[in-house]
Design a protein around this ligand. Structure first.
Ligand code: GAL
Ligand code: ZN
Length: 657
C-alpha cells in the first residue's frame, strides 16, 4: 500500500507527522519527486537534492520505501527560456507554452540532454539509498503530435530506416493519389495543418513515429537508471485507455507496467464505470502479460480544471482497490495522501482534506490498508486466472481514428461491449496485443481486425485448428498494415478462416436494424451490416429488415478442433450474452451462474489454491450466489452459498482446485 506525496509542497514539520501517520495507517510506500525539477535543479547545473534526501530519510526512519519519479514531464522555466526548442509545436506551428506540464518535445536535443543530465544525477545519488526501491520515468506519456524542426528531421530519418527509399514510401503509401509523390526527402514533413483529408497510410506511420519518439525518450532514461541502479525496478505510470501511444512498445523494456486509475464516481456511471474499469485493468495486465502496479488511484472527489465529480460513495475507494488487486495489481499507490492547498490541483482531493482532519475516506483507506497488509502474504505471488483472450491494438485504434467508419461506430466501444458481456458472465479475459502468441486460449474474441496481415490470419487459424473458438467481427481484414485496402473479398486474409465472405455492406450508422437467430430470438443491431455469403460456414443469424432482409448476418464454421464465428453487425448486448454463454459452455470455460448487474468476480490462483474476489461495484445491496460454502479471507469465517453484499461490498473466498 502506498501513496503519492509531494514533500516540496509542505513545511518540513509536516513530513514527520505525515510519515508517522502513514506508518500507523499501514502505508509502506511513497512516490515522490516526479514534477520537482525546479527544486532539484533550481538553476542550470545547480542541483540540490538535500531536501529530497531529508524527506526520504524521514520516510526511511518509518520503514517506508520510496519510488522516485524522474521530473522530465515538467521542464523548469530556466530551461524553456534558454532552449525554446524544448517546447512541442502544434500542427499550425504554435508552441505549447509552459505553465501546465507535458511541455516537452521528445525529440528536442536540449530536452534530451538536460533530461539525461538530471536523471543521471538522481540515479547516481540514490542508487544505494536503502529506502529507494525503484523509479517511475516521467508521468503519463502520450503522443505530442509535435511538428517542430527536430521532429520533422527525426520523422524523415524514421521513414528512411523503415522504407529505405522514397520509391518504397511512394509505393507503400500510394502517394500517386492527388499528386502526392515525393521526389526528394525534404518534401516529407510531419502532417502540417492537421487535416483528416491526408493520406491514411502517412498519418498512421506518423503515429507510429510518435510512439517511437516517446519510447526513445524514455529509453534514454531507462538506460541511465539500469546503469546506476541495477537493483531498482523501472516503470512508467500510464494514463488509461483508449490511447494512441502504443503502450506495448512503451513498456517493453520496463520491469512492469503501472496504471493511473480513476473510476467515475457519479451515480449514473456507477455500473458502467466498473465495467470499463475492468477492461482497463485487463488491458494493463495484458501489456506485459503479468502483474502490474496501480501508481495512482482515487482518494476523494476529483476536480479542478473541470467542475468536481461526486465524492467517492462509502466503500468505493476500498472496493475499487480490491478490483485492481483481483485483476492483477500487486501494489496500490493512492493519489494522493493530502489535498493540495496550492497550485492547479487544489480540488483533486487526496485522502486527507484541506481541513487536515482525517475523515471518513481516510478511515476507509485505513481499513483497506489493514486488510491488504494482512492478506498480502497469502495473495502475494498469485496470478489472475483468465479464460479468454480479447485482442486489442493501438494501431487499430489509430487507424479507426484516422478514418471513422460510420457515425456511432468506435473501435474502443466494441472492446467495451464484448468485454462487458464477458465480465457480466463472470469470465475474466486477458486483453492483449493482437500480435501476441495466443496459444492456449480456448476463446479468442478479435474485435474489428481492420488491419490484418497474412501472419495474423495464419496464427489465428492455427489457434482454431488446435481447439480455440475464434470470434471475428465486422470491419476485419479490410487493410494491410500500411493502411492500404486489400483487393479481395472481405474479410480479406481472414476469409478462409471465417468460411464466409462479405457480398456487400451497408454502413447503417445510428439507424436501428434487427437480426433473428436460429432460436427465433430477435436483437437490434446498428452501425454496420455486412451482408454475408457463407462459403462453408453455417448461418446463425439473419437480417430482419431493409433490402437485405433474410440475408446472413452471422455465421459459424468448424475448423480442426475449433470453431470460427463471424459477426457481421454490431448487436445489442443481450446478443453477446447469449452467444458467449453458448460458446463458453461448448468451450468448457468456467463461470458463475448469473451475476447481478455491476457485481464482478475475478480469480487469482497460487498453486492449487484459488482466491475468488467478489465485488459489488454498485450503490445497492446485492445478493450473489457463489455455488457453495467457502472460507472468507476478509471475515475469517465460512460464507456462501449466497453472499449478501452491501453497496460496494467485497468478499474474498478461498477454494481448492
Ligand atoms: C493524473 C496525473 C497526476 C494528477 C492526477 C489528478 O493523471 O498523473 O499527476 O494530475 O491525474 O489530476
Ligand atoms: Zn518536436
Amino acid at each position: 500500500m502506498g501513496v503519492d506525496y509531494y514533500p516540496e509542497h509542505w513545511e518540513r514539520t509536516m513530513w514527520e507527522q505525515d510519515a508517522n501517520l502513514m506508518r500507523e495507517t499501514g502505508v509502506s510506500l511513497v512516490r515522490v519527486a516526479e514534477f520537482a525539477w525546479s527544486r532539484l535543479e533550481p538553476e542550470e547545473g545547480g542541483y540540490d537534492f538535500s531536501w529530497l534526501d531529508d524527506a526520504i530519510d524521514v520516510f526511511d526512519r518509518q520503514g517506508i520505501k520510496v519510488v522516485i519519479g524522474t521530473p522530465t514531464c515538467t521542464p523548469p522555466n530556466w530551461l524553456v527560456n534558454r532552449f525554446p526548442d524544448v517546447l512541442p509545436v502544434d500542427a499550425v506551428l504554435h508552441p505549447r507554452y509552459p505553465g501546465i506540464r507535458g511541455h516537452r518535445c521528445y525529440n528536442s536535443p536540449s530536452m534530451r540532454l538536460y533530461a539525461e543530465r538530471i536523471v543521471e544525477k538522481l540515479a547516481r545519488h540514490y542508487s544505494n539509498h536503502p529506502a529507494v526501491i525503484g523509479w517511475q520515468v516521467d508521468n503519463e506519456f502520450s503522443l505530442n503530435e509535435c511538428h517542430c524542426e527536430s521532429c520533422n528531421k527525426q520523422f524523415r530519418r524514421w521513414l528512411s530506416n523503415k522504407y529505405g527509399s522514397l520509391d518504397a514510401i511512394n509505393e507503400a503509401w500510394g502517394t500517386v493519389v492527388w499528386s502526392g509523390e515525393y521526389s526528394s526527402w525534404d518534401q516529407i514533413t510531419t502532417p502540417l495543418g492537421g487535416t483528416a483529408y491526408k493520406n491514411p497510410s502517412y498519418l498512421l506511420d506518423y503515429k507510429r513515429f510518435e510512439t517511437d519518439s516517446v519510447v526513445e525518450f524514455q529509453q534514454l532514461q531507462v538506460n541511465i537508471l539500469r546503469r546506476y541502479c541495477p537493483e531498482h525496478f523501472v516503470t512508467h505510470n500510464i494514463w488509461s485507455y483508449p490511447m494512441s501511444l502504443d503502450y506495448y512498445k512503451l513498456c517493453e523494456t520496463l520491469d512492469f507496467a503501472s496504471l493511473d486509475y480513476y473510476p467515475n464516481t457519479s451515480p449514473e456511471k456507477a455500473v458502467s464505470s466498473g465495467y470499463s474499469g475492468a477492461l482497463t485493468l485487463d488491458l494493463t495486465r495484458g501489456i506485459k502479460r503479468s502483474p502490474f502496479w496501480i501508481m495512482e488511484t482515487i482518494s476523494g472527489p476529483p476536480g479542478c480544471w473541470f467542475p468536481m465529480w461526486r465524492t467517492p460513495h462509502p466503500g468505493l475507494i476500498r472496493a475499487y482497490a480490491w478490483q485492481c488487486i483481483s485483476r492483477g495489481a500487486d501494489a496500490l499507490v493512492h493519489f494522493r495522501w493530502r489535498s493540495a492547498p496550492i497550485g492547479a490541483e487544489q480540488f483533486w482531493h487526496g485522502l486527507i482534506d484541506h481541513s487536515n482532519v482525517p475523515g471518513r475516506r481516510f478511515e476507509e483507506y485505513r481499513v483497506l490498508c489493514e486488510e491488504v497488509n494482512r492478506l498480502s502474504e497469502v495473495l502475494g505471488g498469485s496470478v489472475v486466472l483468465s479464460e479468454a483472450a480479447v485482442l486489442h491494438s493501438h494501431d487499430l485504434y489509430n487507424a479507426f481514428g484516422i478514418q471513422p467508419q460510420v457515425e456511432g461506430m468506435h473501435y474502443f466501444d466494441h472492446l467495451k461491449l464484448y468485454h462487458r458481456a464477458l465480465t457480466k458472465l463472470g469470465i475474466v479475459a486477458d486483453v492483449v496485443n493482437m500480435t501476441e502468441d495466443l496459444g492456449g486460449y480456448r476463446m479468442i474474441i478479435a474485435p474489428s481486425l481492420f488491419l490484418t496481415d497474412q501472419s495474423l490470419a495464419d496464427h489465428l487459424e492455427t489457434c482454431v485448428k488446435n481447439g480455440a473458438t475464434l470470434i471475428l467481427t465486422a470491419r476485419s481484414g479490410v487493410k494491410n498494415m500500411n493502411n492500404v485496402c486489400w483487393m479481395s473479398p472481405l474479410p480479406g486474409p481472414l476469409a478462409d478462416v471465417a468460411g464466409t465472405t462479405v457480398a456487400e455492406y451497408d454502413p447503417v450508422g445510428n439507424d436501428i436494424h434487427a437480426i433473428r437467430t436460429k432460436s427465433g430470438k430477435t436483437y437490434s443491431c446498428s452501425q454496420w451490416c455486412d451482408i454475408l455469403e457463407p462459403a462453408g460456414a453455417e448461418t446463425i443469424a439473419w437480417y430482419e429488415d431493409d433490402f437485405f432482409a433474410g440475408k446472413a448476418a452471422a455465421t459459424v464454421r468448424e475448423l480442426g478442433k475449433g470453431k470460427v464465428y463471424y459477426l457481421g453487425t454490431i448487436a445489442e448486448e443481450s446478443f453477446y450474452l447469449d452467444l458467449f454463454r453458448e460458446v463458453v459452455r461448448e468451450a468448457g470455460v468456467n463461470r458463475l451462474p448469473g451475476l447481478p448487474e455491476g457485481v464482478q468476480i475475478s480469480v487469482r490462483s497460487k498453486g492449487t489454491t484459488l482466491y475468488m474476489f467478489i465485488m459489488n461495484l454498485t450503490r445497492k445491496r446485492q445478493i450473489v450466489s457463489i455455488g457453495g460454502e467457502f472460507s472468507s479471507l476478509l471475515l475469517r469465517k465460512t460464507v456462501g452459498p449466497e453472499l449478501d453484499l452491501d453497496p460496494y461490498g467485497v468478499e474474498i473466498v478461498k477454494m481448492e482446485q
